[in-house]
Design a protein around this ligand. Structure first.
Ligand code: NAI
Length: 797
């Protein structure tokens, strides 16, 4: 049949519109089709190499170096050598470098977009219109943070040499998310791109060198997981930032445990896409296309679970099928396709396997009638209905163009379903009712919530997960914290508290005091769920003064007691939903009641630690002041409204993390525990507190203050005993969301290692002067006590 304009209007068919591959292939050829490693500002050959292919055609694009352990070491040494000069530059000077990088990306946008599409298989439309512009935007935005660093992050400096490991789904964008904040803050970088998609990182390294980025500031080592692992284990790396699978994230958590390396993890997800019955259905359909078929569904925050209110489910699924029938899958350089190729055969097999499993487990699978091209690794858009919430395909990250649908009746059911995976990366909420949207958004366990929109990203808004989706944010002010540390913290490698337990030199050399000791007339109990309870096994431990005199006994808590305490802490979750003002009032009240009993608390400190009375009094006064500080903070640790380039707002909300386990410092038994428990509860967490093993009586005295201060039951639970052993047990508990640990280096390692189970956030405050407010209170503590949720709310009809 002849093609006429009238017929085209009728069928809306169109042919291929290929983008030229020439600029990218010419660049590859300018390197002879083979690449070394980019270390210290120059290309360094490696002994091994491998091929990188175009997954849309299976054609070999180039040979790339497989870095060995020595290469990783050379890259780290280059980064270390470059650090002093780079970090000593003024913020303005670094801003100019970042600005130059942003400009060079814009100038080479076409080359980078084509190269990315060839290496990854994703559509040129996406790389051209989304990936590369966002990459430039990240460098511009972070040029701004470099400029403002000295004023906006006063008292902070870079972390040092940063190892960054990125995945293959957004190769250059993930590079930008990692490199831009790191360089802005004055760190130097060793970056390892994913083995399937190394080319744009290599191209970027070369472009960066041409813009005058000093040698060694950015080093790129290519290869599979092995150089990644070597980078993680390298002793001279100060921080690891990783994006990829939760499985590898867990390995990295364990490998870095106890090393003092900082860590941020951006891991997998199984993000819900929630549709209420009043949502605009046509917008929803386009939203779903964007949520799960964008980048072939290889998106960590893909809306891979469609949760639809029952009354509209059938109609929506029908509309979706109609739309899916019209999607086009094809070669990545065709400007008229919706979906490109899957990155590699192994990923294609993984998708196929999971889809088969979904069918075997009884769900109904639907795919469009047309067939995918066969000359590359393609997979069609796929829709599952009749999926049970516990099915493998409803729980596991498929990382492909596969959508599973489930239905719900009430908003509460939607929230329960949405939160029913171990992940917590992102969520979308679709409704025309803003009250409903803003009621649901805070209840979702997700680092990003999009209202009537999906997959919106911007450098000004932090991105990152809750729960097993990892911790740390990338982008925005919140993302900068991952790459800076307080200047007073410099040189403190270890997170050891610097005090060994019971009878340590520090403690026992303190002068003993002549103050009259309290009689041994009672054994304080554990404090769980607002009640004083006997330890499960009924054992007690003796507490002695530095001179060996007995000062009392406390209960010996065990695993069962901790379980009860965690349960009680969960039941008190309403604490975080209430007003900051109420929490402030209660913190002030605790301070007031402590103040009324100050002499008694001072005497107890003297008896346990042997410090003199004035020192003990100073500690009690310090604890009172600290409680006041967090009473002040409770209604002032505001979130932000980020300025993102959409017609709308992004609300960055500081949310409590949940149940926080706190192993208090050994030294300064009252001030230490107040310094940690108060910020945690000020922002709405509930706490399981493990007091100093050597001096726990200040904590057990303290619960009688809590009992008289209107603190709801379960907000603070206190379990005495062997603090380090208890802390490890608490870190293993899957219902504890964060763990703060003061104690030995070995204890800290055990806590970090055990925390990999559910990816709980850990913090080792290390040895610090608890009397010095600059080190012992304020925003650093509040930051650890919260996680940022960014809620995107577009305007307009
Ligand atoms: P991966 O997590 O193995 O790879 C990510 C990066 O980590 C790559 O650069 C890789 O070379 C490196 N790596 C691998 N093992 C390492 C180790 N032991 N130590 C240090 N670095 C290591 O992800 P992969 O194998 O590419 O994909 C497997 C699955 O992971 C996907 O099917 C998908 O479900 C998930 N994934 C999730 C991503 C996300 O952004 N959430 C990104 C990539 C994959």
């Amino acid at each position: 049949m002849t093609t006429t304009v009238a017929r085209i209007f009728e069928t809306m068919e169109w042919g291929p519109a290929p983008e030229a591959s020439a600029p990218a292939l010419e660049w590859i050829q300018s390197h002879g089709g083979a690449f070394g490693l980019f270390i210290g500002g120059r290309w360094v050959p490696a002994t091994d190499s491998f091929e990188t292919i175009n997954p849309a055609t299976r054609a070999v694009l180039a040979r790339v170096a497989q870095a060995g352990v020595n290469d990783v070491d050379a890259a780290v040494r280059a980064a270390r050598a470059a650090l002093p000069a780079w970090s000593a530059l003024s913020g303005h000077a670094r801003a100019r470098h970042l600005y130059a990088l942003a400009r060079t990306i814009q100038k080479h946008a076409r080359l980078l977009a084509v190269l990315e599409s060839l290496d990854n298989g994703k559509s040129i439309r996406e790389t051209r219109d989304l990936d590369i512009p966002l990459v430039a935007r990240h460098f511009y935005h972070h040029a701004g943070w470099a400029q403002l660093l000295e004023s906006e992050f006063a008292g902070y400096g870079p972390v040092g040499v940063v190892g960054q490991i990125i995945p293959w789904n957004f190769p250059l964008l993930m590079l930008a998310w990692k490199i831009a904040p790191a360089l802005a803050a004055g760190n130097t970088v060793v970056l390892k791109p994913a083995e399937f998609t190394p080319l744009t990182a290599l191209c970027f390294a070369e472009l960066a060198a041409h813009t005058g980025l000093p040698p060694g500031v950015l080093n790129v080592i290519t290869g599979d997981g092995r150089p990644g692992a070597a980078l993680v284990e390298h002793a001279d790396v100060d921080k690891i930032a990783f994006t990829g699978s939760t499985e590898v994230g867990r390995i990295i958590r364990r490998k870095t445990a106890g090393t003092g390396k900082r860590l941020t993890l951006e891991l997998g997800g199984k993000s819900p896409f929630i549709v209420f019955e009043d949502a605009d259905q046509d917008s929803v359909v386009e939203g779903v296309v964007d949520a799960i078929w964008f980048n072939q569904g290889q998106v960590c925050c893909a809306g891979s679970r469609l949760l639809v209110q029952e009354g509209v489910a059938e109609r929506l699924v029908q509309k979706l099928r109609t739309r899916m029938e019209k999607l086009r899958v094809g070669p990545s350089l065709d400007k008229a396709i919706d979906m490109g190729a899957i990155v590699a055969p192994v990923q294609l097999e993984r998708i196929r396997g999971l889809v088969e499993q979904g069918v075997t487990e009884g769900a109904t699978m639907w795919q469009p009638s047309w067939a995918c091209p066969t000359d590359g690794y393609f997979y069609p858009p796929t829709l599952f209905t009749g999926v049970s919430p516990a099915a493998t395909i409803a729980q596991v990250e498929i990382f492909g163009p596969v959508l599973v649908t489930m239905t719900f009746r009430t908003p509460a059911e939607a929230v329960a379903l949405a939160n029913n995976t171990p992940y917590g990366l992102a969520a979308s909420v679709w409704t025309e009712n803003i009250n409903l949207a803003l009621d649901v958004a805070p209840k979702l366990k997700a680092g990003v919530v999009w209202v009537n929109s999906t997959n919106l990203f911007d450098a000004a808004s932090g991105f990152g997960g809750y729960r097993e989706s990892g911790f740390g944010r990338e982008g925005g002010r919140e993302g900068m914290w991952a790459y800076i540390k307080p200047k007073w913290d410099e040189g403190r490698g270890t997170r050891d508290e610097g005090v060994s337990i019971a009878g340590s030199a520090t403690e026992s050399t303190r002068p003993t005091s002549p103050v009259h000791l309290p009689p041994i007339d009672r054994t304080p109990k554990l404090f769980i769920g607002g009640r004083q309870v006997r330890p499960d096994q009924g054992y007690t431990r003796r507490i002695v003064a530095p001179d060996g005199r007995p000062v009392g006994e406390v209960g010996e808590g065990n695993r069962k007691d901790l379980r009860d305490a965690v349960e009680a802490a969960h039941q008190a979750a309403d604490w975080g939903r209430g007003a900051g003002h109420t929490r402030a009032q209660i913190l002030y009240y605790i301070a007031e009641n402590l103040s009324a009993r100050a002499p008694e608390f001072a005497a107890r400190i003297v008896a346990q630690t042997g410090v003199d009375e004035s020192e003990a009094r100073r500690e009690v006064d310090g604890a009172i002041a600290r409680l006041f500080s967090y009473g002040a903070w409770a209604d002032k640790y505001d979130g932000a409204v980020h300025t993102v380039p959409i017609r709308g707002v992004t609300l960055a909300m500081n949310e409590p993390i949940g149940v926080v386990g706190i192993a208090a410092p050994e030294r300064d038994p009252l001030l230490g525990l107040a310094s940690l428990a108060a910020p945690a509860i000020a922002v709405g967490n509930t706490v399981v507190l493990l007091p100093s093993s050597a001096h726990p009586l200040s904590a057990t005295d303290f619960y009688s203050v809590l009992e008289t201060s209107d603190l709801p039951a379960g907000v603070v639970n206190i379990v005495t005993g062997d603090k380090e052993a208890l802390a490890k047990l608490l870190a293993e508990h899957l219902d504890v969301d964060a763990m703060w640990f003061c104690g030995s280096a070995a204890g800290g390692k055990a806590v970090e290692d055990a925390s990999a189970g559910n990816m709980k956030q850990t913090w080792l405050p290390g040895s610090r002067d608890w009397f010095d407010a600059r080190q012992a209170e304020g925003r650093e503590f509040l930051r650890h006590a919260t996680q940022v949720k960014n809620i995107w709310i577009p305007y307009g009809e």
